[in-house]
Design a protein around this ligand. Structure first.
Ligand code: 6PG
Length: 250
């Protein structure tokens, strides 16, 4: 049985709209609750469309005070650097919506990475509910790289799928750029995980993962799913091109 929900859309924009609607629904469902909605987001290119849609079409629909925003990973650069995940989110989303500053928990890419990983781990322990001693997010938004990495867990870091740490430091295999990343246990403890993956360059790896092929074991993304909740893949038709045709196009 396929453990994932797979949703295939014509375009990345349509997939992003569906994710924006889901995030809005989930936050609204918590509106009358005392607990906030704790969301961890990824960086990279794919979520930029989503952040633009949230800023332009959902600014009035989301009770922003109810949301608390965390990061799945950060590149070790200052927030003003073009590669900063926080910087990108700040430009596309945070500058445009009334999310209180106190609800934004960024990873400090400009700090000493090993110290920042320890600080962020303590922050998660303090700010989030926990289960089995592991912090629990309501929702985690993940991407997938062309080498099957997710968050900043690269194939060479597969040992971070199981780790006693919640936050670790890794290095991009090609550029050597240091990264701060959530590890497998905290990702898998989330109530819900959404992978947002688009483009033809991801199609082969995606097929291996979704069809549970033996070759997929080397990809960190293969090992990440919500242990007790729901995991969904939101795809455009290019990323989904090699999946079985019976999957309906939304
Ligand atoms: C990052 C990420 C990373 C990303 C994938 C996909 O900081 O790079 O969080 O895990 O989600 O690399 O990136 P693209 O969306 O740019 O393809």
């Amino acid at each position: 049985m396929n453990p994932y929900d797979i949703l295939v859309f014509n375009t990345p924009e349509e997939a992003a709209k569906a994710i924006a609607q889901l995030i809005s629904n989930r936050i609204n469902e918590k509106q009358n609750s005392l607990s906030p909605f704790n969301l961890a987001i990824s960086g990279g290119k794919t979520p930029q469309t989503l952040f633009n849609i949230l800023a332009n079409d959902f600014a009035e629909k989301i009770p922003w005070h109810q949301l608390r925003l965390f990061w799945v990973d950060e590149r070790c650069v200052p927030p003003t650097h073009p590669e900063s995940n926080f910087g990108m989110t700040n430009e596309t989303l945070l500058k445009k919506v009334p999310l209180p500053k106190k609800n934004v928990f960024r990873m400090k890419g400009e700090a000493f990475p090993e110290e920042e990983a320890i600080r962020y781990q303590s922050l998660l322990t303090k700010e989030l509910p926990s289960k089995n001693g592991i912090p629990v997010f309501d929702l985690i938004l993940l991407g997938m790289g062309n080498d099957g990495h997710t968050a900043s867990i690269f194939p060479k870091d597969i040992n971070l799928i199981d780790s006693h740490l919640s936050v670790a430091v890794t290095q991009h295999p090609d550029t050597g750029q240091k990264r701060i990343t959530l590890t497998g246990p905290v990702l898998k403890q989330a109530d819900e995980i959404i992978f947002f993956v688009t483009g033809a360059s991801k199609a082969t790896i995606l097929k291996e993962i979704v069809l549970n092929e033996p070759s997929a074991k080397k990809y960190p993304a293969f090992h990440i799913y919500s242990a007790e909740g729901k995991t969904s893949f939101y795809l455009d038709k290019e990323a989904a091109a090699l999946l079985p045709k019976e999957l309906p196009l939304l």
